[in-house]
Design a protein around this ligand. Structure first.
Ligand code: SF4
Length: 614
C-alpha cells in the first residue's frame, strides 16, 4: 500500500501534467492508477483538492469506468475478452484452466496480491482470439499451451516486458482492400486540398460525395459539418445561423472529435485503421477542422487500444514537424492540433454525448438531446463527432473529389465500408467492400461455407438467417458500423443472444430505470431459460420487457438492448423452444429445495413427519 507522500506525489505529478484542469479528470485518474496500482481514497481527496472540485465527483468518475480500481487488483490483471465469438472458441475453458492453475477464483485477487483473473467486454481482437488484456496489453491467439506458459510467467513474477514477443502480436488481417485501404494517398494531400479549396470548397466536395457517418447511424457528414460551422456561441445559448461561415479566427470556439471508442462486440476495423492508416485519420480530422473552423481536436481512444497510444502520439509529433498539424499549417495561417484522450473501459462512451462527457472528465452518461453536439458539444461549444473511418474517407474525398467517391456504392450509400469479420469462417479479418454487396458474397469471400446466421452490426444490430443472405449491406437495407459475426450450423443462437443480453446488462450506465432494470431482467430471463427452468410464460415476459426497454430508454444502448432477444425469438424460435420445460410458470429458484439442508440440520423435517403422522 503506497504511503501518503507517494500518493501525494503521484497526484501532484498527474494533475500538473494536465494543468490541474477538471476536464482532464479521467486522464489524471488513469495516470494516478498507473503510478500507484489503484486509486486509493487518499488519492481521491488529493485530486479533489488539486482540481478544486467536489470529492464526490472524483469518486463518482472513479467508480464509473471498469478499468479504474479503488483497491489493489493484483500485480498481474488478466482479463479475458467475453465476446461471443471468443466464448465459442473456448474462452470459458481457458479462463477456468488459468484460474485452476493459479489457485484463484474468477474475478477475485489471489491472497498474496499477485494476480486477478476475470472477464471484460470485447477487446477488439475477435479475428485473432481468444484474447485477453494483461495489465492492459492484449495477448492474442490464446490456447491451453499459451495459458500454461502465462501461468508460469505469472508465478515466477516475470515482468511483461520479458514475456515472449509473439504473445503480444496483433495482426491487421486486412483481407480485402478497395479505394480506402487499397489506393495509397500521398501524405498531406488531403490537408493541402483543404487549405487550397477552403471551407466552402471542401464542404461542397464532402456534400457531392454523399459521405455518411460510418459509426452505423449514417448521418450525412456534410450536413453535420455545416450545422457545426454555422453554430454561433452566444454565451448562454448556441444556435445554428446561416449563411455566415466561421473560420478559426472567429470568436466561436469549435472542436473536432474522433470517436475511436470502438466497443461494439465483434468490431475491430478502427484498430486496423489506427494501427496502419493513422495519418489518413488525422488528415481527415484536419480537413474537418478546416471546414468548421476548429483549432482543437481530440481522438478518443478506447482504453482497450492503449497499446496504440505511444505510436499514435509519435505520428502526431511527426505531422507537427512536417507542418501538417499545429500552428500555421502549410503556411496557410490555419492552425489546428490534436490531443489523444484515453478511455477507461465503458462501452457507453461510444455514444457521442457520453463520449463528450467523458472528454470533459465526467462519468460517461448520455446527455439529453437536443441540443446536439453540433451546437452544444465539448465544454458546451459546437463540436463535430465522427467515426475513425469517416475521417479517413473525408481525407480521401478532400484530395480526390466528391464525384469520384459518389460513383462507388449505391445511390443512398456511397463509397465503401469496412467490415470486421469474425466467427465461423476460414479467413476472419478486415474487408473493404463497396456498399451494396450481398451478405452471401461476403460469406463466400471469407470462407464461411456453413453459415447458419450472421449478426450484422454487433449486438445492437440485426441478426439474419440463411433466408436473408441475399440482403445487401447498405444504409437502405442492412446498416452496420462494421461488425459481421458468422455462426455456423452447429452454433446455438440462443447462447449468442444470452451473451449479448449479458453484455448490455453489464454495460448499461445505470442512468435511466428502463434500461438499468430492463437489461438486467432480460439477462435474468435468458439465464433462467438456460438453466432449464424456462417456460412460455417467461418468453412472453421477455417480449414484454424487451418492448418496454426499447420504447422507454434514454439512449441508443437501452433502445437496442432488447434487439438480440426479440430478434432471435422471432427468427430462431427453435433454439428457445427446445429448452422450455412447460407452458406454465416455473420459478427459477426452488425455495423448498434450497431450505432442505437447513431443515435437515435443525431436524425440522423429522418434526414435520411426526406432526403429519399424528
Ligand atoms: Fe444509460 Fe442505458 Fe439509460 Fe443509455 S439507456 S442512459 S446506457 S441506463
Amino acid at each position: 500500500m503506497p504511503d501518503n507522500n507517494t500518493i501525494l506525489l503521484a497526484v501532484q505529478t498527474a494533475a500538473a501534467r494536465h494543468g490541474n484542469d477538471p476536464a482532464n479528470l479521467v486522464q489524471i485518474l488513469r495516470e494516478v492508477q498507473d503510478a500507484l496500482g489503484h486509486i486509493p481514497e487518499e488519492a481521491v481527496d488529493d485530486i479533489a483538492r488539486f482540481l478544486d472540485i467536489p470529492r464526490v465527483r472524483v469518486a463518482g468518475v472513479r467508480g464509473f469506468y471498469h478499468f479504474f480500481h479503488d483497491r489493489p487488483h493484483g500485480r498481474y490483471e488478466i482479463l479475458f475478452s467475453d465476446n461471443i465469438i471468443e466464448h465459442l472458441q473456448g474462452k470459458p475453458e481457458l479462463l477456468q484452466q488459468m484460474c485452476t492453475r493459479l489457485w484463484v477464483e474468477p474475478e477475485r485477487m489471489s491472497e498474496d496480491g499477485l494476480v486477478r483473473v476475470g472477464s471484460t467486454s470485447c477487446i477488439g481482437m475477435s479475428d485473432q482470439g481468444p484474447a485477453a488484456l494483461v495489465n492492459g496489453v492484449p495477448v492474442t491467439r490464446l490456447n491451453m499451451e499459451r495459458v500454461e506458459t502465462m501461468v508460469e510467467l505469472v508465478q515466477k513474477g516475470v515482468p511483461l516486458s520479458q514475456w515472449p514477443a509473439d504473445f503480444f502480436q496483433v495482426e491487421d488481417n486486412l483481407r480485402r482492400a478497395d479505394v480506402l485501404l487499397g489506393e495509397p494517398l500521398e501524405r498531406g494531400a488531403g490537408v493541402r486540398a483543404a487549405v487550397e479549396k477552403g471551407s466552402d470548397g471542401i464542404l461542397a466536395e464532402i456534400d457531392r460525395s454523399g459521405l455518411r457517418g460510418r459509426g452505423g447511424a449514417g448521418f450525412k457528414t456534410a450536413v453535420k459539418w455545416d450545422f457545426c460551422r454555422k453554430a454561433v456561441d452566444t454565451g448562454e445559448e448556441c444556435s445554428i445561423v446561416g449563411p455566415k461561415v466561421c473560420d478559426n479566427t472567429a470568436a466561436t470556439v469549435r472542436y473536432v472529435v474522433c470517436n475511436a471508442d470502438e466497443g461494439e462486440p465483434g468490431t475491430f476495423k478502427d484498430r486496423v485503421l489506427l494501427n496502419s492508416h493513422a495519418d489518413l485519420v488525422f488528415e481527415g480530422m484536419t480537413v474537418a477542422a478546416r471546414v468548421i473552423g476548429a483549432r482543437q481536436g481530440f481522438l478518443y481512444l478506447r482504453g482497450e487500444y492503449r497499446y496504440l497510444f505511444d505510436k499514435l502520439n509519435g505520428i502526431l509529433a511527426q505531422r507537427r514537424r512536417d507542418g501538417l498539424l499545429g500552428e500555421n499549417i502549410l503556411g496557410s495561417g490555419f492552425s489546428f492540433d490534436i490531443v489523444i484522450h484515453l478511455g477507461a473501459g465503458a462501452y457507453i462512451c461510444g455514444e457521442e454525448s457520453a463520449l463528450i462527457e467523458s472528454l470533459e472528465g465526467k462519468r460517461g452518461t448520455p446527455r439529453n438531446r437536443p441540443p446536439f453536439p453540433v451546437t452544444h458539444g465539448y465544454l458546451g461549444k459546437p463540436t463535430v463527432v465522427n467515426n475513425v473511418e469517416t475521417y479517413a474517407l473525408a481525407a480521401k474525398i478532400a484530395a480526390k473529389g466528391g464525384e469520384w467517391f459518389a460513383a462507388i456504392g449505391t445511390a443512398q450509400s456511397t463509397g465503401t465500408k469496412l467490415l470486421s469479420i469474425s466467427g465461423d469462417c476460414e479467413r476472419p479479418g478486415v474487408y473493404e467492400y463497396p456498399f451494396g454487396v450481398t451478405v452471401r458474397q461476403v460469406l463466400a469471400d471469407c470462407g464461411a461455407q456453413d453459415a447458419r446466421a450472421v449478426q450484422v452490426g454487433g449486438p445492437s444490430g440485426t441478426i439474419i438467417g440463411e433466408g436473408e443472405f441475399d440482403r445487401r449491406l447498405a444504409f437502405e437495407d442492412l446498416a452496420t458500423g462494421g461488425s459481421f459475426m458468422v455462426f455456423n450450423r452447429e452454433r446455438d443462437i440462443f447462447e449468442a443472444a444470452r451473451n449479448f443480453s449479458s453484455f448490455f446488462a453489464h454495460e448499461s450506465c445505470g442512468f435511466c430505470t428502463p434500461c438499468r432494470v430492463g437489461s438486467t431482467l432480460l439477462k435474468k430471463g435468458m439465464d433462467k431459460i438456460a438453466s432449464g427452468h424456462g417456460t412460455c410464460a417467461d418468453v412472453e415476459e421477455l417480449k414484454r420487457i424487451g418492448q418496454l426497454t426499447r420504447a422507454m430508454s434514454h439512449c441508443g444502448l437501452g433502445q437496442t438492448a432488447a434487439n438480440p432477444v426479440l430478434q432471435t425469438l422471432d427468427k430462431f424460435w427453435g433454439d428457445y423452444e427446445k429448452r422450455l420445460i412447460s407452458k406454465e410458470f416455473e420459478p427459477s429458484f426452488d425455495l423448498d429445495k434450497a431450505l432442505a439442508v437447513a431443515r435437515r440440520i435443525t431436524g425440522r423435517d423429522d418434526a414435520w413427519a411426526h406432526v403429519s403422522a399424528d
